[in-house]
Unconditional design. Structure first.
Length: 466
């Protein structure tokens, strides 16, 4: 089916390509980098893939920040101090919080996760293998990707997860495999870890723990889960993958999995802190979080929260919520870091940000992505396609037309924009799928869905009402 339920974070791009910048020396900020970033970012806005984004690059003590598009419909260009949801990049901070608890002697990485659960609430078990704290930070706990989402609001799917509900949901989850045996991305696992660390520290909230142990010491004043009135003024408006306005997400007790908001300025501050070799409590915690903790099939390697690229030196993470996408990467030997934040839920951010990091480390200039551009189709030609098309007795495509063009909605799923390749062939941008309409003269009689190598023909049952 062409639509996915929005109760997800973006799947991670785990095949981070290998590159070989200087391993033992810092690099200077390339003089042409600003223009090169313009060349790969501005087309994303011009093509309507991104409403707005900000890119930040740190090369040693030099910083470069570029903004594109707008931070809200008809608003001003986003800047280094515009706030965005960073989604699953929050998991990096949760990994550092676990490492901080270890450095402080509050827990050990090999402690059983059950020891941090409320009394009377038992974590699931499988094959008598204990679930350890580091398993939660490396997606090797065996827990599923998401908890039971019953009662979720699709527009804000995690807001109902208070701590009690989260712990209870974890206790009823079914382990997909024995803990510690394999990588399987789990928002539930990392969100649960964040809630456990808050409870262990006796903190008032994840925000409070974050401020005490990371953002306070690093002077990251704009990085938080909850924003005060002044910061809300700088918070970018969110847009879904089709560029339609949507709502911010509230992660509640799952904040450690994806609930943090931040700016490029603050994220570069956090990234540059990864270059430090000091002996402060936070330096040691960040060093511990960066250490390789798990290596699995397909070159997947992880620290606590961080993903480790195949060059073994780059630490990175991405994240997506309903209306935002984020990416951060750090190459310590070169003292280079890149952060890209967008107020549109589009995965193209990952490839662009990675290419900028390569360039800043001395690699080739980034190349603009190949972006399919829609062709112009007259409104009368679009109007003849409007109506309902039956996939099965339980599932129908509803094709509608508004001022932005055509949209398609499958029964029980959200409406998504479709873009013209011709007057009868249309492609999605939100998912990898296409629709081809069949006409009898000037009348549309069917539409064929092309997705995942399959073709599904849907017969028209209701035409547009005149």
């Amino acid at each position: 089916m062409p639509h996915e339920k929005p109760l997800r974070f973006v799947p991670l791009v785990l095949s981070f390509a290998t590159f070989a910048p200087a391993q033992d020396a810092r690099v200077a900020l390339p003089r042409e980098l600003g223009a090169e970033i313009d060349a790969v970012c501005q087309p994303l806005v011009d093509a309507g893939l991104l409403v707005g984004c900000v890119v930040g690059v740190a090369c040693g003590d030099e910083h470069l920040v570029r903004g594109y598009g707008v931070r809200s419909a008809g608003g001003q260009e986003p800047s280094a101090t515009t706030l965005f949801e960073i989604g699953s990049v929050s998991k990096v901070f949760t990994g550092v919080l676990l490492a901080s608890a270890v450095v402080r002697g509050e827990v050990k990485l090999d402690d059983a996760a059950q020891t941090l659960m409320p009394d009377g609430v038992e974590l699931p078990k499988r094959d008598d293998a204990p679930m350890l704290l580091w398993h939660l930070a490396t997606h090797t706990s065996g827990l599923p990707r998401l908890p039971d989402m019953e009662g979720a609001d699709p527009a804000d799917p995690y807001a109902h997860f208070a701590a009690d509900r989260l712990f209870e949901a974890a206790s009823h989850a079914k382990l997909r495999r024995a803990p510690g045996t394999a990588y399987e991305y789990s928002n539930l696992g990392v969100g649960l870890l964040g809630a456990m660390l808050v409870r262990k520290a006796g903190a008032a909230s994840f925000d409070a723990l974050l401020r005490e142990r990371i953002t306070g010491p690093l002077a990251m004043a704009d990085t938080a889960v909850e924003l005060d009135a002044a910061r809300r003024e700088r918070f970018a408006a969110p847009f879904d993958a089709d560029g339609s306005p949507c709502r911010p997400w509230r992660l509640a007790a799952l904040a450690g999995a994806g609930g943090i908001r931040s700016t490029v300025d603050d994220m570069l501050r956090f990234a540059v802190a990864q270059f430090a070799s000091g002996d402060s409590e936070l330096d040691r915690a960040m060093g511990l979080a960066r250490e390789k903790r798990h290596e699995g099939k397909g070159g997947i390697a992880l620290g606590l929260g961080w993903h480790i690229a195949r060059d073994a030196e780059t630490r990175w993470h991405n994240g997506e919520t309903g209306g935002f996408h984020a990416w951060i990467g750090v190459h310590r030997p070169s003292h280079v870091a890149v952060c890209m934040l967008a107020n549109t839920a589009r995965g193209e951010v990952d490839a662009v940000a990675e290419s900028i990091l390569r360039r800043a480390c001395g690699g080739p200039a980034p190349k603009p992505l190949a972006i399919e551009k829609p062709v112009a189709v007259g409104r009368a030609a679009l109007a003849r396609l409007v109506g309902e098309y039956e996939m099965s007795p339980e599932a129908k495509f509803t094709i509608t037309l508004d001022e932005r063009g055509l949209a398609a909605r499958l029964t029980g799923q959200p409406s998504l924009r479709i873009h013209a390749r011709s007057s009868t062939e249309f492609f999605y941008r939100a998912v990898d799928a296409a629709l081809v309409f069949e006409l009898d003269g000037e009348v549309a009689t069917a539409v064929v869905l092309h997705q995942n190598g399959q073709e599904i023909r849907c017969t028209r049952i209701v035409a547009a009402t005149k």
